[in-house]
Design a protein around this ligand. Sequence first.
Ligand code: DDQ
Ligand code: CA
Length: 261
Amino acid sequence: MSIFGAYLRGVLRIRLLLLLAVVSAQCFAAAVYTYKVVATYPHSTSSYTEGFFYLNGLFYESTGLEGHSEVLAITPATGKPVQQISLAPNYFGEGIVDWGPNILGWTWQTHAGFVYDRFSFRVVGQFKYDGEGWGMTRTDSEIITSDGSSTLRFRNPRTFQETHHIVVKDGTRAVDQLNELEMVRGEIYANIWHSDRIARISPKDGRILGWIDLSGLLPDDQRVNSESVLNGIAYDAKGDRLFVTGKQWPKVFEIKVLPKS
Ligand code: DDQ
Ligand code: CA
């Protein structure tokens, strides 16, 4: 065979390998979804959102930053709190979750968790844990927590002890910076800190089933600074309504998730 023929065969082989690499990456990386805004609600631009859920007609929100951390119950239509409690100024508030008549809430780097009465907003208990506190959500029987790594921990709601954990991956790539969480139709939705994307995660094995790309939802000129990021997912299971907001964002958005066309 001529030198030219060998050269052509080499080029073809490289092209084929490249094509295979691109095709397999597309097969194994999760699909990307987009969104449509169906309603908006007011949100306080002083709320540095770290925890967010919906229950029986109210938003429950926890906010961070030392000296500004609160847990609030909010009327969606007005954005005004109907209940609130401030954390001591040494605490940076993080995720919250409802459990029976209580709300559990924790703090970023101070290993302090609190049990609130959901109706009076009084502190009725405290707990400790190792590592950082970031997001919280729940299944019917367990609490799920994030800590900024790619690991999500399942915990006994009464002892807060870990029962098992999963590592979140997109194909073979571990994805970290998992922040605010929400259980939505059997999937764990997770904000990725400093990103406009929400990961849709299988609670069974941590596999990322899809990404929701929320870029453009709140334009940069409506964000107070570079920390004013998407964080906060709430779900009304009865009404099948999905709400998202961010740190010091002026609005909560009710969105529908759509395939990217
Ligand atoms: N966490 O939400 C990722 C867990 C913690 C965020 C901490 C960000 C502190 C930045 C302070 C900036 C003050 C404007
Ligand atoms: Ca949430």
